[in-house]
Design a protein around this ligand. Structure first.
Ligand SMILES: *Cc1c(COP(=O)(O)O)cnc(C)c1O
Length: 388
């Protein structure tokens, strides 16, 4: 039997749990959907509200650095995902950022009409791509191939390879360097959605050659409900025209000039007035992620998911495992299938164990190494054995 308590005592990330406000009696395995509240967020938001907004009012755009906030928080996220310096902007939702990235990429490959993706890609990624194709009215279409068939599906019609790095249902992780290289060899550009990756697995998007990346702020980055997302554009593409030419992407927004003049670098990706409260909360979560050693995060995550899978195989005979056994392609969640998955998740919830049920039969458990204890993992496994 695994001694979960011993693992907790030796855990180099154990102290991070204290930086989060988790209610007693709860085991939280949904941090990959809505990250928990960092304790420092409360004080930071109180300061932004009381002092910056309440007292300094409009002067805060300069005095309290509100204008720089999207670039400052974006820069920190950029470090986390291994982006080139000054190439990431925080703001807007992932969906909107995906629209911007895809519209820019398609304009960079005007002679091509295919957006290649995977059938299992997150719904909003597909909807945005199909909606943009219809809006452009130039015959763009979505082509789908299973992960293993993507390289073969990359022909001279493909403008963009649009992929989510970590599958939101299974937790399977794609090889960013290899697939991006294959896209480039075929003359296509690669856009990566990092929503289930950033803060959970080590990333090096610049070294891996990604052309564009987008992602969420409220999952593993713990930025709070509806936190701003981010857009990262490789420096070589930053001179491309902005598809949403809003005043916050203007070279000099407060000149209020009648003509649009694009800003330099990633600042051009700005659209409207930044959501200051959301960005302030997001920065706290991102700072915590940066304070953690990503190698230790990855090691703990894989050890936890590995233990989960090992115990599930040995002690949970009614469950099918829907997460890759190979740690090289396993991100930071575990998924099981069971015909009574919905009822089982309700039984777990009655014991304070919060996971995710995905119809028709998937139980999903997010592994968040900054907050989850090994002892809690042991309790979840025991509860699953009883519930099935
Ligand atoms: C969570 C998630 C999103 C969410 O997009 P929003 O615009 O923030 O609602 C997008 N893509 C992926 C892959 C996700 O996991």
């Amino acid at each position: 039997m695994t001694d979960f308590d011993t693992l907790d005592r030796a855990d180099p990330l154990g102290s991070f749990r204290d930086a989060f406000d988790l209610p007693p009696g709860i085991i939280y395995l949904d941090g990959n959907s809505l990250g928990p509240l960092p304790k420092a967020t409360r004080a930071r938001l109180a300061d932004v509200i009381d002092r910056e907004w309440g007292r300094d009012l409009i002067g805060s755009w300069t005095r309290n650095g509100w204008m720089e906030l999207p670039l400052r928080v974006g820069g920190k996220i950029g470090r986390l995902i291994g982006a080139a310096p000054d190439s990431t902007l925080a703001g807007d939702s992932t969906s909107v950022n995906l629209f911007k990235a895809l519209a820019t990429a398609l304009a960079l490959r005007p002679e091509r009409r295919v957006i290649l993706t995977e059938p299992g890609n997150f719904p909003t990624d597909r909807y945005i791509a199909e909606g943009l194709a219809a809006l452009l009215g130039r015959g763009h279409r979505l082509r789908e191939a299973e992960a293993e068939d993507l390289p073969a599906a990359l022909d001279d019609q493909v403008a963009v390879l649009l992929l989510t790095h970590v599958d939101y249902r299974s937790g399977r992780m794609l090889d960013m360097a290899r697939l991006t290289a294959a896209a480039h060899a075929a003359g296509a550009l690669a856009i990566w959605d990092l929503s289930h990756s950033a803060g959970a697995v080590p990333l090096a998007i610049a070294a891996d050659g990604a052309d564009f990346a987008v992602g969420c702020g409220y999952k593993f980055l713990n930025g709070g409900p509806g936190a701003p997302g981010y857009l990262s554009i490789a420096p070589r593409h930053q001179d491309a025209p902005a598809p949403l030419a809003g005043w916050m992407g203007h070279a000099d927004p407060f000149a209020f000039a009648p003509a649009y003049r694009p800003g330099a670098g990633i600042a051009r990706a700005g659209v409207g007035t930044p959501a200051i409260l959301g960005l302030a909360a997001l920065e706290v979560g991102v700072d915590l992620a940066l304070a953690a050693d990503m190698a230790a995060v990855r090691e703990k995550s894989l050890r936890m998911s590995g233990l989960f899978l090992q115990h599930a195989a040995a002690r949970l005979p009614g469950f099918a495992i829907a997460t890759p056994a190979d740690p090289a392609v396993r991100a930071s969640q575990v998924c099981l299938r069971h015909p009574r998955a919905a009822a089982i998740m309700q039984q777990l919830a009655a014991r304070g164990i919060i996971g995710d049920f995905r119809p028709p039969d998937v139980l999903r458990f997010g592994i968040t190494p900054l907050t989850l204890r090994y002892a809690e993992l042991g309790e979840v496994l025991a509860a699953l054995a009883e519930a099935a």
